[in-house]
Design a protein around this ligand. Structure first.
Ligand SMILES: Cc1cc2nc3c(=O)[nH]c(=O)nc-3n(C[C@H](O)[C@H](O)[C@H](O)COP(=O)(O)OP(=O)(O)OC[C@H]3O[C@@H](n4cnc5c(N)ncnc54)[C@H](O)[C@@H]3O)c2cc1C
Length: 596
């Protein structure tokens, strides 16, 4: 059983979050005439045929480390070269530097495929994408001209160097130093940990983006600057010069994504690595935040991706494996386990959660596209605020779903899920990192509550809730058995989100500890409600398509996913509201004994 990119479902999800309107209005003129379909078909082939077969090999082989050199698993170098040559790295990048300038919505669907096929492989281009974005937004013309085309073409890769042993979630504590040399360069010294693809042999150069402090920098986050530190210095003509003073001193042994080297990086063993400032001094965190929006969406997509792969595998296994007799079975033989209601429940939960998380992530990509592409400045600003509101939900809700679905995938396999043979266990191991990196899901919940809800005095979130309400009410009127009830449940969820949002906005300034105690259940409530609302929009469109004679396929799945998700996931909204509004006392008053 291998991965098959679900192109029809992806395209329908793209349509449901606004691709067709975008094509009609000109926003997505570049996706017209079947362009989206052709790109996804081709991407699907690459994901299925080239990346998916390397997933298990990468997991088993890992990336052995010796004398500063990280060795890739067999076949990875060739796959990376083919990937870059096929132009997949340059899909959304700026055409001024050789990119194709295609929409983030299209890239989101492709990114889901790369990660589903092989998450450890896909992390490398994901990090490069972040570096491209930061350089484009904040780099000097000189740095852009020297580096961008190479990274966009995939000839060099990029990394993100934030974390230090004492500075994880709290970047204010970072200590890496940058001393100006008077010639426009800086000497960088310090240690960074957990750096994804900090060292590898897939490309001839690696471009590190490094957060560090100037000698006279103010304390805290206002004293952090961003630097570009290449593994090999680059001559004015773009050729490679001397090795820079940065090296990998070791790699981590970890639960999953074994083929993605997680490196400890030492800057300045021999006096200091040469670095160049990106953006302004002491404004490094703001530069990093530019790339974080996309990076966080991409990590959310990892959750969707791994969930879909786990679902496909579990579905296949449930058809093959026979045990017991399903209710109503007339056969003398054991039933395939897919016929047991409890196994059906698990598979429907897997598929509908994946669909909801996909819809949230694609809607976020669409909002980002509008924020970049719309002509009217006011509309661009509103779209940017909508995207910023959705980003923490896309990241945290989807990556939690990734873990939950991968765990259900193991359960569907029974004992065969716990042993490594089938691959179900690898999905769970790989999925587990996504709620941790790129800002833990706890930090995302705090971001949503403290920074995103108060945006525009609460108008952004209230507008979003009004849209969810509209979708829920429309669902009630859908001419389809069971949907009046689903519409009523979703409307109740929207009510719970509405009340909880107002409670958050009111409580945050008065009693932050109470509000923060409810931040994670609030994000979950947001996810089960918005997810239900996006699936409702898909269901409404699917009903129209089916009435016009379309065959069941993606449309039928959209209807069934919506009903199941609302009846089983959105239905939790009232309970979540109780946890948010009334849970703080038991949390803040809790007495936790000291560990011995
Ligand atoms: C495989 C892997 C790859 C990585 N890749 C990179 C990379 O490429 N570049 C890079 O710079 N970093 C990378 N990281 C680091 C990653 O981003 C951090 O691990 C993550 O941000 C969490 O930091 P921490 O591990 O120090 O945990 P901590 O910050 O110590 O957090 C521990 C727990 O405390 C909670 N917590 C912390 N602060 C607060 C708070 N203020 N309020 C509420 N709860 C809080 C957290 O949510 C978490 O549950 C990677 C990590 C791993 C494991």
């Amino acid at each position: 059983m291998t991965y098959r990119a679900p192109v029809a479902d992806m395209l329908f999800a793209m349509r449901s979050v606004g691709m067709d309107e975008g094509i009609a209005s000109g926003l997505y003129a570049d996706l017209a005439d079947g362009m989206a379909e052709s790109v996804l078909e081709e991407a699907g082939k690459f994901a299925n045929d080239r990346l998916a077969p390397l997933n298990k090999i990468g997991d088993r082989h890992g990336t052995p480390f010796k004398d500063g050199v990280v060795t890739s698993p067999p076949g990875w170098r060739e796959a990376y070269q083919d990937w870059a040559q096929a132009g997949w790295n340059s899909l959304p990048a700026d055409p001024a530097f050789g990119g194709q300038g295609l929409p983030l919505l299209l890239n989101a669907a492709c990114s889901e495929m790369w990660n589903a096929a092989n998450m450890a492989f896909a992390l490398n281009p994901m990090l490069s994408g972040g570096a491209i974005e930061a350089l484009l937004a904040h780099g000097s013309a000189e740095l852009q001209n020297l580096y961008l085309a190479k990274i966009i073409a995939g000839e060099w890769t990029g990394t993100m160097n934030l974390t230090e042993p004492q500075a994880g979630s709290d970047l204010a504590a970072l200590r890496t130093k940058a001393v100006p040399q008077g010639d426009g360069t800086y000497r960088i010294t310090g240690q960074k940990i957990y750096i994804t693809y900090g060292e590898h042999e897939l490309t001839e150069n690696i471009v590190h983006l490094v957060l560090a402090r100037l000698p006279d920098a103010p304390a805290g986050t206002r004293g952090i600057s961003l630097f570009l530190v290449p593994k090999f210095l680059v001559n004015a003509d773009g050729s490679l010069g001397a090795r820079n003073d940065v090296r990998c001193s070791g790699i981590e042994h970890k639960l999953g994504i074994h083929a993605s080297p997680t490196c400890t990086m030492i800057f300045g063993d021999e006096g200091g690595a040469t670095g160049w400032l990106i953006g302004q001094e002491n404004k490094g965190l703001a530069c990093m935040f530019t790339m974080m929006n996309n990076a966080r969406l991409n990590v959310g997509l990892q959750g969707v991706a791994i969930a879909d792969r786990a679902y496909q595998h579990a579905l296949w296994y449930a058809q093959e494996r026979r045990q017991g007799k399903a209710p109503g079975s007339q056969s003398s033989e054991m039933s395939p386990i897919i016929e047991h209601p409890d196994v059906k429940r698990m598979l429907m939960e897997m598929r509908s959660k994946t669909a909801a998380a996909r819809a949230i992530c694609y809607a976020t990509a669409n909002a980002l596209d509008r924020a970049h592409r719309l002509e009217d400045a006011g509309e661009r600003k509103a779209a940017h605020e909508e995207a910023s509101l959705l980003i923490p939900v896309a990241k945290a809700f989807s990556t939690d779903i990734g873990v939950e679905v991968a765990s259900l995938g193991v359960q569907v396999h029974g004992g065969m899920g716990f042993v490594e043979e089938t691959g179900a266990a690898q999905y769970l191991r790989d999925a587990r990192i996504a709620p941790i990196y790129e800002g833990t899901n706890g930090i995302q919940a705090i971001d949503l509550a403290t920074r995103k809800l108060p945006t525009a005095d609460g108008a952004t979130v209230r507008n979003a809730i009004a849209k969810y309400r509209h979708a829920a009410e429309a669902l009630s009127t859908l001419n389809e058995p069971g949907f009046a009830r689903a519409g009523a449940i979703l409307t109740e969820a929207v009510d719970a989100l509405d009340r909880s949002t107002e409670w958050m906005l009111k409580t945050l300034p008065q009693s932050p500890a109470d509000a923060l105690a409810g931040a994670t259940p609030y994000l979950r409530l947001y996810g089960v409600t918005a997810g239900g609302a996006y699936l409702a929009r898909s269901a409404l469109a699917a009903r129209v398509a089916l009435a016009a004679g379309a065959s069941d396929g993606a449309y039928g799945r959209a209807l069934r996913d919506c009903r199941f998700f609302v009846e089983n996931m959105s239905v939790a909204a009232r309970g979540l509201e109780t946890s948010i509004v009334e849970g703080a006392e038991a949390i803040n008053g809790a007495f936790l004994e000291a560990a011995e």
